[in-house]
Design a protein around this ligand. Structure first.
Ligand code: FAD
Ligand code: FES
Length: 248
């Protein structure tokens, strides 16, 4: 793990509350599913770093895509091109993509780490489709990228879109025999509902739950997995969905 002070070379406004920060960060080999701990630069408040997944890494350009949900992400959104941020990482175990036709299942900002996985699939010549759902159509981001990279992209929104649906109910209409594995990221409730579908293929989920220390010490991110406690920050954030016990 290392800490880097990196210059923001581009800031992208995707929607009113989702933005991207691009940094020049050559010489690292990040893998899909990994994340950085971003220091908010507000002194001791907020004290904890904010975990943000890698959304893209190409020719040394690192992209983080962030949704404003509270104080830390709001402060990050005020950063401007040319300013600096401290990033620690990359952390976490990566997705272990299988070389078989895959389905990416994204809910809301969960699409960001799946974008990096999609780049990986393109590089490794692995075919994949995307199912991507948001609350309102204004929340869609990176659609053009996915249309370019995937074989097929299915978009659904609960409001304001021609295909009104949730990711979970749209999943029920997908022919899963076409895929060897699925990779999901989205709100916890989406993962819980997906798990209940008990699909016949392995689903690997990226859990974006709360982190405390982010380095395995505080146990604040523990989840029950295969009958034992695992820490999202060091044992995850990727877990096989069917093996998570969300009730503990
Ligand atoms: C491994 C990992 C990867 C992540 N990747 C991304 C990413 O790529 N892009 C991104 O935008 N976010 C990502 N997140 C979530 C992000 O870290 C949190 O949204 C952020 O830390 C919130 O900080 P804050 O100070 O703005 O909010 P806080 O002030 O800490 O909280 C504000 C509100 O948001 C809710 N909240 C905070 N964190 C979470 C969370 N993790 N899940 C659900 N609700 C939360 C709280 O309940 C509270 O109501 C990731 C989280 C993890 C663990
Ligand atoms: S956040 Fe402290 S152990 Fe994971």
């Amino acid at each position: 793990m290392s800490s880097r002070r990196l210059k923001i070379i581009r800031k992208i406004g995707y929607t009113g509350n989702i933005f991207g920060l691009e940094f020049m960060c050559p010489g690292i080999r990040p893998l899909p599913g990994q994340f950085f701990q971003v220091r908010v630069d507000g002194g001791v408040d907020p004290f904890l770093n904010r975990p943000i997944s890698i959304a893209s890494y190409k020719r040394g350009r690192l992209l983080l895509v962030i949704k404003i949900v509270g104080r830390g992400t709001k402060m990050l959104s005020l950063k401007k091109q040319g300013e600096y941020l401290t990033l620690l990482g990359p952390f976490g175990r990566r997705f272990r993509p299988k070389k078989m036709r895959s389905l990416l299942i994204a809910g809301g900002i969960g699409v960001a780490p799946l974008h990096f996985l999609a780049e990986y699939f393109v590089k490794s010549n692995t075919h994949f489709d995307l199912l991507y759902g948001v609350s309102t159509s204004k929340d869609f981001i990176m659609r053009r990228d996915f249309l370019r990279m995937s074989d097929k992209s299915m978009f659904v929104a609960e409001k304001g879109y021609k295909k009104k649906d949730t990711v979970v109910s749209a999943m029920k209409k997908v022919r899963l025999d076409d895929y060897g594995a699925a990779y999901a990221c989205g709100p916890k409730q989406m993962l819980i509902e997906l798990q209940k579908l008990d699909v016949p293929i392995p689903v690997y989920a990226l859990c974006e739950d709360f982190l405390g220390c982010g380095c395995g010490l505080c146990l604040g991110c523990a989840i029950m997995y295969r009958g034992e406690y695992k820490r999202i920050c060091v044992d995850g954030p990727i877990f096989e969905l069917g093996e998570i016990d969300f009730e503990v």
